[in-house]
Design a protein around this ligand. Structure first.
Ligand code: ZN
Length: 104
């Protein structure tokens, strides 16, 4: 996952990476933008091909996206992550999951 600058919220090559931009979030409030990012990541994960130019959002995409959003494992992982961030802050979460910020 990468951070990028563009007018779109996010895009993916459909296989190896997802790029997220500042416009993906609607609020500066942590709880809100974590949820925004959760949905954006699942949206891009639902794309099986590149979403860079004219991505298709047909029936197949919709049902894949919906099943990712409703997947109990995804919901509980997200709930757990939010709780950890609330309890311990972002810095320790970055460390714990060995996340580093990369720029596209
Ligand atoms: Zn899309």
């Amino acid at each position: 996952m990468y951070y990028g600058e563009a007018s779109t919220d996010a895009w993916t090559d459909g296989r190896t990476y997802i790029v997220i931009t500042d416009s993906a979030v609607t609020s500066r409030q942590r709880a809100v933008w974590m949820h925004d990012l959760y949905l954006v990541v699942l949206h891009e994960a639902a794309h099986e091909t590149s979403s860079r130019d004219r991505p298709s959002h047909g029936h197949h995409f919709e049902s894949t996206y919906r099943s990712l959003v409703e997947e109990p494992d995804n919901r509980s992982s997200f709930a757990k992550l939010v709780q950890q961030v609330v309890d311990e802050g972002f810095q320790s979460m970055f460390k714990k999951y060995e996340a580093t910020l990369r720029f596209e």
